[in-house]
Structure formats: C-alpha cells, structure tokens
Design a binder for this molecule. Structure first.
Ligand code: 5GP
Ligand code: ZN
Length: 115
C-alpha cells in the first residue's frame, strides 16, 4: 500500500529502529514509546487489522507470539512480565491500519484492559 507508513518502514523507505527482521515479520521500536520497552511486531504483507485478515498475513501472524517471547527475553522482560496487544479498529484506538502487535514491558503496566 503506497500510503501506508508501516509498508514504507517494511520497504525501508522510512527509517525505523528495527530490532528484528525475517521473511515474514519485522519488529521495530515505537516512535512514541509508552513503556521502557515498546516494540511493534508487524507482518510484512499489508493487512489492515485482525478484522481483515489475509492468507499471507495469517502465516506471519501465527508466529507473532513466539517472536514476542523471544524479543521479550532479549530485552530482559521475562522476570517482570510483558504485554502483547493488537488494537483492532477505531473503538480499540487503532491509528495505523497495517496490522501490528505492541510488545510492552519494563515497568508495571497496570491491570486494566480498558478504562
Ligand atoms: P495503534 O494506535 O494503531 O495501535 O498503534 C500505532 C503505533 O504506531 C503508535 O504507538 C505510534 O506511536 C506508532 N507509530 C506511528 N507512526 C510511526 C512511525 O512512523 N514510526 C514508528 N516507529 N512508530 C510509529
Ligand atoms: Zn501497510
């Protein structure tokens, strides 16, 4: 998608602090971090959200929990804990409509799923 910011990051047309990349997924630091560790795990294939899943994105997405656990370990989050979330649609606060998973940790994140 030509106007999608995360497609541009995947294509290296826009810089990002990439911490992991393979043939299906890329992970990079969120530009406005909400925690000491705040990474975005992004399927390379454009897909709007979990509500608009494509076959291509499904393969990548199935690997996200495993990659999140690896990145959490790499960033020293296993002892304290971490959170993996995908805001899906406007009511959930999704602002970038290229499927992505937030990996957050490095401080107590609070117990609320919604306020
Ligand atoms: P959402 O609100 O859609 O769940 O999350 C989008 C996330 O993308 C936000 O946390 C926001 O800070 C991050 N973000 C938006 N634009 C950019 C960008 O150009 N680069 C990076 N690294 N993160 C971005
Ligand atoms: Zn995209």
């Amino acid at each position: 998608m030509s106007e999608c910011i995360f497609c541009k990051i995947v294509q290296k047309e826009v810089p990002a602090s990439i911490v992991y990349e393979d043939e299906l997924l890329v992970a990079f630091k969120d530009i406005f971090p909400q925690a000491p560790v705040h990474l975005l795990i992004v399927p390379k294939a454009h897909c709007e959200s979990l509500s608009r899943m494509t076959t291509e994105a499904e393969m990548a997405t199935s690997r996200v929990p495993f990659l999140a656990a690896k990145l959490a370990a790499d960033h020293g989050l296993v002892g304290g804990g971490w959170r993996l979330i995908a805001n899906t649609g406007a009511d959930a606060g999704q602002t970038v409509f290229h499927l992505h998973f937030h990996l957050l940790g490095g401080k107590p994140l609070g117990g609320k799923l919604c306020q």
